[in-house]
Design a protein around this ligand. Structure first.
Ligand code: IMP
Length: 184
């Protein structure tokens, strides 16, 4: 098991999540919202963020995977997720998004492929508004332009786990965000 180093502590996460929650509360000025979390990595972030937003809110979840070419966990760790851009929907939202204020909640914005895909999918549901919130952003890895409306932390090109993020389905329950060292 690799040695993990804390990059962002649980206290730093909590105060940044509270700030983003206050921003969303202010920006939506009393309107109801629906949080749409991207499975599975955004589940913990969504749960914490939603409790920092003082608006009427409901939850939904959406699922994606990359078309058969997601690298093995070891390759992913070494080179990142260099998908060819073929993202596929594994679970659509359950509720109607029509004329609603949708807040798409993602754990990490990396190449931008996933959020570009999901933005298209959700706009197809004709919401009243769509905002994107990403807890983490690795701007240096972008392959397609994508900017989230709210970003928790910009981070360097490291593979991170914890607070919902996994390495081969492990470490999602770590309270801090940690760096997995790349093999030398
Ligand atoms: P994108 O389509 O390249 O922006 O990828 C976003 C997805 O890649 C995230 O939802 C994660 O599932 C995965 N991902 C990217 N970087 C990391 C990381 O450092 N740790 C864990 N998962 C990551």
């Amino acid at each position: 098991m690799p040695e993990l180093k804390v990059l962002i502590s649980r206290d730093q996460i909590a105060s940044r999540v509270a700030e983003i929650g206050a921003d969303i509360t202010r920006d939506l000025s009393g309107q109801p919202v629906i949080f749409v979390g991207v499975l599975k990595g955004a589940a913990i972030f969504l749960a914490d963020l939603a409790r920092q937003v003082q608006l009427d809110a409901s939850f939904d979840f959406i699922g994606v995977s990359s078309y058969g070419n997601r690298p093995s966990p070891a390759q992913e760790l070494q080179h990142g997720w260099d998908s060819t851009g073929e993202v596929r929907l594994t679970k659509d939202v359950d509720q109607s998004m029509r004329d609603r204020n949708v807040i798409l909640v993602e754990d990490i914005l990396d190449t931008g492929l996933t959020l570009n895909f999901l933005k298209r999918v959700l706009l197809g549901h004709q919401p009243k508004s769509l905002r994107i919130v990403a807890l983490l952003d690795k701007p240096s890895r972008r392959k397609q332009p994508m900017q989230a409306d709210y970003v928790g932390f910009a981070i360097p090109d490291e593979f991170v786990v914890g607070y919902g993020l996994d390495y081969a389905e492990q470490y999602r329950n770590l309270p801090d965000i940690c760096v997995v060292p790349r093999p030398v």
